[in-house]
Design a protein. Structure first.
Length: 178
């Protein structure tokens, strides 16, 4: 095999190479923070620390909820050891359309996003019914470790129409005369 053949590679995905997690000492984790347990991003709901034993370190007992599935996860680790903490991001998007089980969303910059599935259950039903009623909706998407999911929705606030702004200002001008 020649050098040219070795270096001709096709990559399916472009990525900046940023890590999806960062290490943190177990004793520095806090309730309502995030942690990776059994390869899943979780939110810590309970923490307790056992005292140092005769032959070992203090242990931290973590109880957490998977942020995507809602499953309860538990782990015990020495307080001096590092655990992975996921980079968790929450973003709000304007709902443009619901198509074939996917949400068509738009960022504030006008960039479209159409790779988020309609969530199952009450939230998915609410998003679909509010969209069918013609409401302008904002959908909150949480993303961590290469996964993302819609977690909430709300009606978009009505913005002041720019065409009527001069009329509004003109109506208040007489009140400011000296």
């Amino acid at each position: 095999m020649s050098d040219d053949e070795q270096h001709n590679q096709t990559f399916e995905q472009a990525s900046a190479g940023a890590s999806t997690t960062f290490p943190m000492q177990c004793s520095a984790l806090r309730k309502n923070g995030h942690v990776v347990i059994k390869g899943r991003p979780c939110k810590i709901v309970e923490m307790s620390t056992s005292k140092t034993g005769k032959h070992g370190h203090a242990k931290v007992h973590l109880v957490a909820i998977d942020i995507f599935t809602g499953k309860k996860m538990e782990d015990i680790c020495p307080s001096t050891h590092n655990m992975d903490v996921p980079h968790v991001r929450r973003n709000e998007y304007q709902l443009v359309n619901v198509d074939d089980g996917f949400l068509n969303l738009m960022t504030q910059d006008g960039v479209s996003k159409d790779d988020v599935k309609v969530p199952e259950g009450d939230l998915g039903t609410q998003i679909q019914s509010d969209f069918d009623e013609g409401k302008d909706m904002l959908v909150t998407i949480v993303s961590a470790m290469g996964e993302e999911q819609a977690i909430s929705c709300k009606e978009a606030p009505r913005e002041l129409n720019c065409e009527c702004l001069p009329l509004v200002l003109f109506a208040f001008l007489p009140a400011f005369r000296l």
